[in-house]
Design a binder for this molecule. Structure first.
Ligand code: KE4
Length: 425
């Protein structure tokens, strides 16, 4: 039997940092990553055979639980008909029709292969539709790794962004403006400071990449009004929230209609799928129907579409799944809230539905600045304790916990008991 440590020693020789996505390297928690061998229901097993109750859920896609029978059997059957054709298929029509029929604000949709690709394409489309170049994003929001989204706030609120990664040209950063999450005044100032130049505002309607941070009352409504006032598009990045906070995502939960929406994760049922969609008058500008170019060899791949459609059908046809996710979220996150109060630990928790984050700070976390007051060393101690006791959490303070439909009350209560023991320790 090989061990995670042995695999990591081999991996770092042939894969940068030993992983295909940085957060998996466990760097912020100072541990060797666990290499996962298999998963089922609420559980994952590492290569040494250790079982964990899993709250990563592949970062969101596994909302039904790992190895869901309906999704697995549909994929197994689809594989017998061939893996990929590079040609139009009925499956792509069916999943697009299904989403357009069941998600009111999606009149047309284009499949891609990741959330990053969905966001990159949606922003190009917004620029093509409006003829404008600038994009407003929010500090602490993550929208994938396309150049114009790997940008940090400039020195002053009104200044252009600065590259947030090596390799991002100044030229890319200059058209990305950064506002404060839940700070409508900062958005107003950017619009007024860049009159007639803002193509779109892109927002995580519930932030989950600085840890979970909820929109303040009126924040999303304010963004909608500002975009309407200034002729910019409102883009909801629902890569995490989509089909999770409700079948219709945050847009449905908060009753706000975006002009464009981006999806990932759940829409693929565990396969690499992203998508962007929205108003037909905007989407119609996408090639080959219009002048905004975008393409993808494996976009709409039949196996991926099969997994996605099977998952979306299960979620849409059984609304009781969302009732369960709400109950489970209340049980777990409400339970953590109670344990924090009882222990007096310097922690706080934000949660909505089946996602939540425990912050190691006494401050209320309402934006990026308050999220950053968290004690990441304390989080790392918590993470290590939970891992050693059989719980797989996201290896970063600034990520979310994901509950699936497979997390029953016994699993949630076992989790609460472990957290209680940690907080009492
Ligand atoms: P992908 O390109 O990783 O499929 O999606 C990018 C993306 C876009 N928008 C939002 C709101 C996202 O959360 C993401 C990706 N989420 C991270 C987890 N915070 C993926 C995990 C990882 O990077 O490995």
């Amino acid at each position: 039997m090989t061990t995670s440590a042995e695999l990591m020693a081999r991996a770092v020789k042939v894969i940068p940092g030993g992983v295909n996505s940085p957060v998996r390297a466990f760097q912020s928690v100072g541990l060797n990553p666990r290499f996962i061998d298999r998963a089922d229901g609420p559980y994952v097993w590492d290569v040494e055979g250790n079982r964990y109750i899993d709250y990563i859920g592949s970062w969101g896609p596994m909302i039904l639980g790992h190895n869901d029978q309906a999704v697995r059997e549909a994929v197994q059957k689809a594989c017998e008909r061939g893996m990929s054709f590079g040609a139009a298929t009925e499956l792509e029509v069916r999943i697009a029709e299904f989403i357009c029929e069941t998600v009111p604000h999606v009149e047309m949709i284009r499949m891609v292969n990741s959330g990053t690709e969905a966001v990159m394409s949606a922003l190009r489309l917004a620029r093509g539709f409006t003829g404008r170049d600038k994009i407003i994003k929010f500090a602490g929001n993550y929208h994938g790794h396309s150049d114009c989204m790997l940008v940090e706030a400039g020195s002053g609120v009104l200044t252009a962004g600065v590259p947030g990664s090596a390799g991002v040209p100044e030229g890319c950063a200059q058209d990305t403006l950064t506002a404060g999450y839940n700070d409508l005044e900062s958005v107003k100032a950017l619009f007024e400071g860049n009159p007639g130049q803002v193509a779109a505002v892109i927002v995580e309607p519930v932030a989950a990449n600085m840890g979970v941070v909820l929109p303040a009352p009126g924040f999303l409504e304010g963004l909608r009004a500002l975009c309407d006032e200034h002729g910019a598009l409102l883009v909801f990045d629902e890569v995490i929230c989509g089909f999770r906070l409700a079948y219709g995502g945050a847009a449905q939960r908060f009753g706000i209609t975006p002009d464009l929406v981006t999806y990932g994760k759940i829409i693929g049922g565990g396969m690499p799928v992203g998508a962007f969609g929205g108003r037909v008058d905007i989407m119609s500008l996408m090639a080959p129907a219009g002048p905004v170019y975008q393409a993808g060899t494996l976009s709409g791949n039949p196996i991926a579409m099969t997994a996605g459609l099977a998952q979306l059908r299960e979620l849409h046809d059984h609304p009781e799944h969302y009732e369960r996710l709400e109950q489970a979220g209340e049980r777990l996150y409400g339970g953590i809230e109670r344990l924090i109060r009882q222990s007096g630990a310097p922690c706080t928790i934000n949660h909505i539905g089946s996602i939540g984050s425990t912050f190691f700070t006494s401050k209320q976390v309402t934006d990026y600045a308050s999220a950053k007051t968290s004690d990441t060393d304390a989080f790392a101690r918590y993470f290590r304790y939970m891992l050693e006791h059989g719980f797989s959490l996201a290896p970063s303070q600034f990520e979310a916990m994901f509950i699936s439909c497979a997390h029953d009350d016994a699993v949630l209560d076992e989790t609460l008991a472990a957290i209680d023991a940690f907080l009492q320790g």
